[in-house]
Design a protein around this ligand. Structure first.
Ligand code: NAD
Length: 506
């Protein structure tokens, strides 16, 4: 062991039996018509956590039909912002009430540490409250300067039935970046959680039911991309697909949705650079780099997975990050001291390790880690904190999403070179800059191709600020006012008032 901080099993009580999870369609809790199920085992503890109904064509189509009927004939799209907000606020309170139960299940299905799961659930409740505020402040425009006989109105209307397809890395947070905003806009929805983490989305469905959301306004179908996700992306009764997940699947969804020209919003992967200039506070930067790469075991779209550091301070910075990395507690996610938990699956762990071994074979050097991590009493579905130096921009580890606790270190000597390296990946989700000179920070912020830029910090997040990607990190935005605008259609109304219009035919 490389002198790492490992938290062995806490021997916390584990579930005696798996939770049974059903679809929620038109207000009914249902198994699949063919009885198919899929089991999820805890990646850290190996125990069976949930057995979920595995949806197929009948369930996906029934959920779409329910959402369509609720949109076309139900009251929700026509309800007042005040009433929608009241319901969203109630859901937020219920999330707060149940946060410990939800967080624990999130840990068991995803392997993330309990303290971070709690923070995720609390952040999600805030999103429901923020969306409630948007529901009450939603408005269009009026045009009173079109001449004495005309008045122009721009109405904002809900876009219709939306499919919300979510990944496994922040299951409860990401559904909460979508669903309350869609509901605030007056849309109806079909939600598909990842097949690996369905549990907390089902818990959310129970809270929506308790809060009194009308039947069919939100529906949940459990299952895989094939066929459920594909049907949600192609069915002509769906008006929009909002997807968070990998860039590869995002491209497939975009292609599938094009046949019916559905609106598509995509929150995809990232290869997010942090650029460190020689005048940076290296202690602050090193801590943020450790946070950026190990948070959620690096299984994070915002993972700060590559640093681009000035050659003059590269060694000093790398030494600091290595020293901090040894102190980060990896291990049992049910122990509150743990900051990095298990990897989502053994297949994904092998993929992470493959990137590291390929880089080493191509001439990169391991400053720390580089192998699976054995955690006492829990097995080895964990990965060591890993720092890879002497990385060149053409190596896959430098330009592809590793999605693990693996940091690539590249160096630069001029500002232009730093920008070229930062913008060199196909992604453009987020980027960071470290310098005490505000001009350097601003110049970087304006030239880097990324949807979010952090200066002298990393991965702060606010419900008020929009989030999304440039280039192959996606299209559209979530959060902030933009988060509700995505789910709105714009209708122009041109009204002649007073005088009759001049005759066209003489
Ligand atoms: P994934 O693309 O494998 O799966 C995401 C969802 O899509 C799952 O629900 C899956 O069942 C479904 N799906 C799979 N194939 C489909 C298809 N053909 N049609 C429709 N749906 C399909 O992603 P993942 O492994 O669950 O999540 C990790 C990825 O998500 C990473 O790339 C990460 O960067 C990205 N992500 C992005 C953000 C962001 O906001 N930009 C946030 C979190 C995660």
């Amino acid at each position: 062991m490389q002198d790492l901080t490992v938290i062995p099993t806490s021997n916390a009580a584990l579930p005696d039996a798996a939770v049974a999870l059903q679809h929620w369609i038109s207000g009914q809790w249902l198994d699949s018509a063919d009885g198919a199920t899929s089991e999820r085992r805890s990646p850290a503890h190996g125990v069976s956590v949930s057995v979920a109904a595995k949806g197929g064509k009948p369930e996906a189509e029934a959920a779409i039909a329910a959402a369509r009927a609720a949109f076309d004939a139900g009251g929700w799209p026509r309800s007042s912002g005040k009433d929608r907000a009241a319901l969203l606020l109630k859901v937020a309170d219920l999330i707060d009430r149940d946060r410990e139960m939800i967080a624990r299940h999130e840990v068991l299905e995803s392997g993330k540490p309990i303290t971070q799961a709690m923070a995720e659930i609390e952040g999600a409740a805030d999103l429901w409250r923020y969306a409630a505020a948007l529901a009450r402040t939603l408005h269009g425009d009026s045009h009173n300067s079109l001449g004495p006989d005309m008045l122009g109105l721009v109405l904002k209307e809900p876009i219709g039935v939306v499919s919300l397809i979510c990944p496994w890395n922040f299951p409860f947070l990401i559904v909460s970046q979508k669903l309350p905003f869609a509901l605030a806009a007056g849309c109806t929805a079909v939600v598909k959680p990842s097949e690996m983490t369905p549990g907390t989305t089902v818990m959310l469905g129970k809270l929506l039911e308790e809060a009194g959301l009308p039947q069919g306004v939100a529906n949940i179908v459990l299952g895989y991309g094939d066929p459920v996700g594909e049907i949600l992306s192609t069915d002509p009764r769906v008006d929009m697909v909002s997807f968070t997940g990998s860039t590869g699947v995002g491209k497939r969804i975009s292609a599938a949705a094009s046949a019916t020209l559905k609106k598509v919003s995509l929150e995809l992967g990232g290869k997010n650079p942090q650029v460190i200039f020689p005048d940076a506070d290296l202690d602050q930067a090193a801590d943020a780099i450790a946070f950026g790469v190990y948070f959620n075991a690096g299984e994070c779209c915002n993972s700060g997975s590559r640093i681009i550091v000035h050659a003059d301070v590269a060694e000093a910075l790398t030494d600091r990050v290595v020293a901090l990395s040894r102190k980060v507690p990896f291990g049992d996610p049910l122990d509150p001291r743990t900051q990095v938990g298990a990897i989502i699956s053994s297949e994904h762990l092998a993929k992470i390790d493959g990137y590291v071994q390929d880089a080493v074979a191509a001439g990169a050097r391991l400053a720390l880690g580089g192998a699976a991590l054995e955690v006492g009493g829990l097995g080895a579905q964990f990965y060591q904190p890993t720092i890879v130096t002497d990385v060149t921009p053409d190596m896959p580890i430098a330009c592809e999403e590793v999605f693990g606790p693996v940091l690539s270190v590249l160096t630069f000597t001029s500002f232009d070179e730093a920008i070229a390296l930062a913008n060199g990946a196909a992604y453009g989700l987020s980027a960071g800059v470290w310098s005490r000179d505000v001009s350097t920070c601003l110049d970087f912020a304006r030239r880097v191709q990324a949807g979010t830029v952090w200066t002298n910090t990393w991965m702060d997040g606010f419900s008020e600020l929009p989030f999304g990607g440039f280039k192959q990190s996606g299209q559209g935005r979530e959060l902030g006012r933009y988060g509700i605008e995505e789910f709105l259609e714009v209708k122009t109304v041109q009204m002649r008032i007073g005088a009759t219009r001049g005759a066209w035919v003489a």
